[in-house]
Design a protein around this ligand. Structure first.
Ligand SMILES: NC(=O)c1ccc[n+]([C@@H]2O[C@H](COP(=O)([O-])OP(=O)(O)OC[C@H]3O[C@@H](n4cnc5c(N)ncnc54)[C@H](OP(=O)(O)O)[C@@H]3O)[C@@H](O)[C@H]2O)c1
Length: 216
């Protein structure tokens, strides 16, 4: 995010303002996970996803008995995604978490895995239940790559355990630019609280790693 806490500019496009060091850090987090989860808004903004390419990270995955690429899972209740996006041609396993309407029309070469969530679990989304379904499919560690809409929903369900934030040296400003957590927000008394696990400075960026505390 920018120094003023924005994860994209006011046009809500892809955020490509971080350094190669941040991209390498992101790739390492992706490589550590069984699966990667991101929202439909993020896929529409980027059109692609980050695959693991670093040979050392690929070797570590093989040593751990993981497949070369984590499954890349999109959360899109509507399923309104453009099948022409480059994402659908990337050599990665793809999954979709959606509703029964959103699941319609997708082919197995586009999404190898589709989790159709029953209606009684989507008003609001019951992420504890959804993540249990992913776990049953062997996804024990999941990296959430944003955006703010999805992060807000998962935080609401207390489903985020750790947070990595890289503070980048630019100021985006504006009320239209998205932030790491969107949605209705939390009142301060009820807000998730975190403890700092590590901080590192590389060039002009600060890499922060927090653990989310369990509610009292
Ligand atoms: N700097 C970074 O590291 C970073 C990382 C990720 C994203 N971003 C930025 O974040 C922005 C995207 O974030 P975002 O918050 O817009 O999107 P998002 O969190 O990626 O996705 C939002 C999701 O919410 C769903 N949704 C929206 N309204 C809903 C409703 N009323 N009921 C149920 N579901 C609903 C959408 O579903 P549908 O698919 O059905 O519409 C969509 O899947 C982009 O600008 C991107 O560049 C930045």
């Amino acid at each position: 995010m920018s120094l003023d806490g924005k994860i994209a500019d006011a046009q809500r496009g892809a955020a490509r303002f971080s350094s190669p060091a941040d991209l390498a850090h992101l790739e390492a987090q992706v490589a550590a996970a069984d699966g990667v989860l991101f929202g439909g808004g993020t896929l529409r903004a980027y059109g692609t996803t980050l695959s693991v390419r670093n040979p050392e990270l690929l070797a570590q995955r093989r040593q751990r008995g993981q497949s070369d690429q984590p499954i890349q899972i999109v959360w899109s209740p509507s399923g309104h995604l453009n099948p022409k996006l480059r994402f659908f041609r990337q050599p990665v396993p793809r999954g979709l978490v959606t509703t029964s309407a959103g699941a319609e029309g997708w082919k197995t070469d586009q999404f190898q895995y589709i989790w159709t969530i029953p209606e009684d679990k989507t008003h609001p989304w019951d992420w504890v239940w959804v993540l249990a379904q992913l776990k049953q499919a062997g996804i024990n560690t999941l990296a959430l790559l944003g955006g703010g809409g999805l992060a807000a929903d998962l935080l609401r369900c207390r489903c985020i355990h750790e947070v990595f934030i890289t503070v980048c040296p630019l100021i985006l400003g504006g009320t239209m630019a998205p932030t790491p957590v969107e949605g209705a927000g939390f009142l301060a008394d009820l807000a998730p609280r975190l403890t700092l696990l590590s901080n590192q400075t590389v060039g002009d960026e600060v890499f922060l790693h927090y653990r989310v505390l369990s509610p009292a």
